[in-house]
Design a protein around this ligand. Structure first.
Ligand code: G
Ligand code: G
Ligand code: MN
Ligand code: NA
Length: 255
């Protein structure tokens, strides 16, 4: 069976699940929220990484129903955590949106419907869109992002620094957060990257955005980021993406 047919069946059979990677406030290491990351449990083949199936899901359009499933599952989980762990009321759930999803004319209605169906406060949801996707068609993206913002959801630019946003566009995107790509964070100890990350954080702050650093693996990286007043970090130093049950254990023990 080809991958497309296998993906189609997997959606019907409920073979997808989400892991959640904690996002921490850098100043005090408190939990700021989570990023939902999809995985596929293939019968007899173990767990497949999104890197291996998201591109095919994009090409075939299956990303649209899969993305809606991810969104609904993440919202449902967040509502459950908010109910069981009061500290989660101050946190956010981040969900990735792919290029194909952003071009769907029904995207805004779909997000609205899922928020209503799950009962999640829109403010607790953050949608992550890569810089490249927005820049593919900036005018349409801006309109659609404005309509998403009007629902009350928050928006992040993912993998910032890997594409090329003109700075004038960045100012026109109705976004809340920049996520600095981990390629910059991984070599932040090198002088050049340190300057780039410092400049990106300063630029973000001057535009009223907060910053999440991706791929934080070392205390030294966290220290540099904290010096730049970068608000939050995500990475193996704090936690890998973990299963729902592991998040619940963490929240149960006060995390
Ligand atoms: O944890 P990691 O291997 O899971 O993620 C690999 C890549 O897959 C990342 O670039 C991430 O943004 C992407 N990804 C993970 N989950 C989703 C999802 O639900 N939708 C989309 N569009 N991309 C995702
Ligand atoms: O593209 P996106 O940033 O949404 O995807 C997150 C991806 O980065 C996932 O594959 C996740 O497992 C991975 N990841 C998360 N934290 C780290 C980290 O500290 N180092 C590295 N190398 N990868 C990470
Ligand atoms: Mn992301
Ligand atoms: Na990213």
């Amino acid at each position: 069976m080809d991958l497309e047919s296998a993906l189609r069946l997997a959606l019907d059979r409920g073979e997808f699940f989400l892991d959640y990677q904690p996002i921490l406030s850098l100043s005090d290491r408190s939990l700021q929220g989570f990023e939902a990351l999809v995985r596929w449990r293939r019968p007899g083949k173990g767990v497949a990484s999104p890197k291996d199936f998201i591109p095919v899901a994009e090409d075939t359009g299956l990303i649209v129903p899969l993305g809606l499933w991810v969104l609904e599952e993440a919202c449902r989980t967040m509502v459950r955590w908010q109910t069981d762990f009061p500290q989660v009321l101050a946190m956010s759930m981040s969900v990735n949106l792919s290029a194909k999803q952003l071009t769907q004319p029904t995207l805004v209605e779909d997000v609205e419907r899922i928020l209503r169906a799950t009962g999640l406060d829109p403010h607790a949801l953050k949608l992550e869109i890569t810089e490249t996707v927005i820049m593919d068609n900036p005018e349409v993206s801006i309109l659609r992002l404005k309509r998403l913002k009007a629902l009350g959801v928050r928006l992040s630019v993912d993998d910032f620094g890997t594409g090329y946003s003109s700075l004038s566009y960045l100012q026109r995107f109705p976004i809340d957060t920049l996520k600095v790509d981990r390629t910059f964070v991984s070599e932040i100890e090198a002088n050049e990257n340190r300057k780039i990350v410092g400049a990106v954080v300063a630029l973000a702050h001057s535009l009223g955005l907060d910053v999440v650093a991706e791929g934080v693996e070392l205390e030294a990286q966290s220290a540099v980021l904290t010096d730049f007043a970068c608000e939050a970090g995500q990475g193996f130093l704090f936690s890998r993406p973990i299963a729902r049950e592991d998040v619940e254990r963490m929240l149960d023990s006060g995390g």
